[in-house]
Design a protein around this ligand. Structure first.
Ligand code: NAD
Ligand code: MG
Length: 393
């Protein structure tokens, strides 16, 4: 039996992880749960999974959580705030921690888990993109495993099993193309939040769904792949594959190409990150190639979607720049979701902020540097957005 802790337990990744735990009660035991504001669902999860410790990241939600858990017939430790979430991450005998928190907010809890010797099932890509210069040395130092739970990176990781060192030539990340893949570029300035939230293939949290619409998600995944697999940026390519059946591919030195296929279902990469290196039997619908029909591919359109190139540039620049890109994106997406900026302002604002950051980039950032740029980049997006609005008003 493997004991696991789930961070972001009420979100898309969190609830799918807990579905797996429900389906495999003999395999997985839940040690800790942490989430945000959905106290009702968090309390239900506590009731069902009996974790030893639970936290909400909002201090002010503590009384509500305590009250909701009062009637339980056992007493878990109940915490709140950032430190509460970090305590859940490091607590007890959990072997693996699933990071389903959205955004750079996942960084400190992930570091806490690594320092406590936990393996990380990494869904929260923003943590690695912002924090890799600090996170990767800690993974090494504490001898823990960083296992990808993002579907593309899980696909690559699965394909790499048995590939000798130096056998890999490049990887190909597949992208669905997001909500606007069939929209003409001229319509992009007017798209609404509701339009952008309609993902054609995957049901996910709001932030990653907007990132999919701008294709920043793919850009972030390029940086994620660089850090996870140690490849140069010119060995990482993107191909649009609207059906999302091939989850990514690797090309070997002899030009042989390996791919991992399946229905678009996040439970599969999550399960593999938890069962690795074992393969558990599931009764999930097997892939039927005839039902899937045709699998098609095309080049990504870098003029329509500028975020991919912004991510490649930030990744190549390295140091703090991926953290700046990520923070600027988080803030710009938040403004778009609040309907304060237009869809195409997202790449505009990110580019402005990344350009400014080149002057203070350093190749050997500390954790404090990363936390600081995470704040300053957000501030800069806010002030650049103000002047955008003044200009357009
Ligand atoms: P979501 O918005 O559905 O869920 C986020 C969860 O994190 C919620 O439970 C929320 O309450 C919680 N949370 C937010 N801030 C927190 C904090 N500071 N402390 C504790 N909990 C906090 O998001 P999601 O779609 O599940 O995505 C989670 C992460 O997984 C993101 O980094 C995303 O990029 C990545 N990811 C998601 C999918 C997917 O299919 N949803 C696929 C690949 C990668
Ligand atoms: Mg992905």
């Amino acid at each position: 039996m493997k004991s696991i802790t789930v961070l972001g337990s009420t979100g898309s990744i969190g609830t799918q992880t807990l579905e797996i735990a429900t389906q495999y009660p003999e395999e997985f035991r839940i040690v800790g749960l942490a989430a945000g504001s959905n106290i009702e669902l968090l309390a239900q999860q506590v009731q069902q999974f009996h974790p030893e410790i639970v936290a909400t990241c909002y201090e002010e939600k503590l009384p509500e959580l305590q009250e909701a858990l009062q009637r339980l017939d056992y007493s878990p430790i109940i915490l709140a705030g950032e430190e509460g979430v970090a305590e859940v991450a490091r607590y007890g005998d959990a072997e693996s921690v699933v990071t389903g928190i959205v955004g750079c907010a996942g960084l400190m809890p992930t570091i806490a888990a690594i320092k406590a010797g936990k393996n990380i099932a990494l869904a929260n890509k923003e943590t690695l993109i912002s924090g890799a210069p600090v996170v990767l040395p800690l993974v090494e130092k504490y001898g823990v495993k960083l296992l990808p739970a993002d579907s593309e990176h899980s696909a690559i990781f699965q394909c790499l099993q048995g590939v000798p060192e130096n056998g890999l030539r490049r990887i190909l990340l597949t992208a669905s193309g997001g909500a606007f893949r069939d929209w003409p570029v001229e319509k992009l300035p007017e798209v609404t939040v509701a339009d952008a939230l309609k993902h054609p293939n995957w049901s996910m949290g709001q932030k990653i769904t907007i990132d999919s619409a701008t294709l920043m998600n793919k850009g972030l995944e390029v940086i994620e792949a660089h850090y996870l697999f140690g490849l140069d940026y010119d060995q990482i390519d993107i191909v649009i594959h609207p059906q999302s059946i091939i989850h990514s591919l690797i090309e070997l030195q002899d030009t042989s190409v390996l791919a991992q296929l399946g229905w678009p279902d996040m439970r599969l990469p999550l399960l593999y990150a938890l069962s690795y290196p074992d393969r558990l039997y599931t009764d999930w619908e097997p892939l039927d190639l005839v039902k899937a029909g045709s699998l098609t591919f095309k080049d990504p359109d870098h003029d329509k979607y500028r975020c991919m190139q912004l991510a490649y540039s930030a990744g190549r620049e390295g140091g703090l720049m991926p953290a700046v890109l990520n923070a600027a994106n988080e803030q710009a997406v938040a403004l778009f979701l609040e309907e304060k900026i237009g869809f195409l302002d997202i790449p505009r604002l990110i580019e402005t902020v990344c350009d400014r950051a080149s002057s203070y980039n350093t190749q050997t950032p500390t954790l404090d540097d990363i936390l600081e740029v995470n704040q300053t980049a957000r501030q800069e997006v806010l002030s650049a957005a103000e002047s955008l609005n003044t200009v357009t008003a």
